[in-house]
Structure formats: C-alpha cells, structure tokens
Write a protein that binds this ligand. Structure first.
Ligand SMILES: [Zn+2]
Length: 139
C-alpha cells in the first residue's frame, strides 16, 4: 500500500498522482491565492503552482484543504501546518511543515513523539517538540 496524505479535518485524500494538493493564500495579501502541489517525499521541498500564483520566500501562507476548505495551519504550533500521513502499515502520523515559504523543515510525529525530522531549518521549530531534560524521567 502506498503512503497516503489526508486532511486533518475531513480526512479527504490530498495526494493525487505524484503530488499533495493544497490551496494556499498569502497572509499579508489574501487575494494572492491558488493551488500548490507539494512533493510527497519528506524532505523534498519542490513545489508547483500556476504561473499566476507565485510563492514568495519569507512570506507566510495559510494552507487550506481543497476538499473541505478547513485551515491546516496549526493552532498549537505557530507557523507550522499539519496534515495526516497514513504509512504502508496503515499507521497514522502527523506531518508538520513550515507555512513560511522558503523554510525547509518537516516533522513526522506519532502521538507527541518525533519520529523523523528533515530539512536544514528544523532548529527553528525544534523547541516545540523538545521534552525538557528534567521531565524525561517521568516519561
Ligand atoms: Zn478537508
């Protein structure tokens, strides 16, 4: 079974053919919006958009599900976006990536445990998922 990506709200399938399809709009100018195709390979940050919708580095984007229009930006972790991944073994994971264009970081989580992290910018958000040393003994 292939890896599937789902909307965290409606659980609709976001991956079609070789892309994850989301709708995006620029926070500082919501009229700049369109569809964005993401690479489903974790750590691959290539994106595709229509030429009329250019993603600007350093700008933050609101990502929404193209099926139910729910916002996918995380309320818990500012500047990160969350979608669901179902792996080959049908296990469910949370995938977080940056809503700020140009930032390369991906966190794959199961429960509150980071299973995988990718990208040179993970240090920006690492603090979200770190367990303080003094709390580790309680885990
Ligand atoms: Zn949805």
């Amino acid at each position: 079974m292939a890896i599937e990506y789902l909307c965290k709200v409606c659980r609709g399938h976001l991956n079609v053919k070789n892309s994850i399809i989301l709708a995006a709009s620029k926070v500082s100018n919501r009229t700049q919006r369109g569809l964005i195709l993401l690479n489903p390979e974790l750590g691959n940050y290539s994106t595709t958009t229509h030429p009329s919708f250019k993603i600007e580095e350093g700008e933050e984007y609101i990502y929404t599900c193209p099926i139910c229009s729910s916002q996918l930006n995380s309320a818990k972790y500012p500047h990160l976006v969350r979608i669901l991944m179902i792996d080959e073994n049908k296990k469910e994971h949370n995938i977080y990536f940056s809503g700020i264009a140009g930032e390369k970081c991906t966190f794959k989580m199961r429960g509150n445990k980071v299973e995988e992290k990718k990208g040179p910018d993970i240090k920006i958000y690492g603090k979200y998922f770190e367990v303080p040393e003094e709390d580790r003994k309680y885990l």
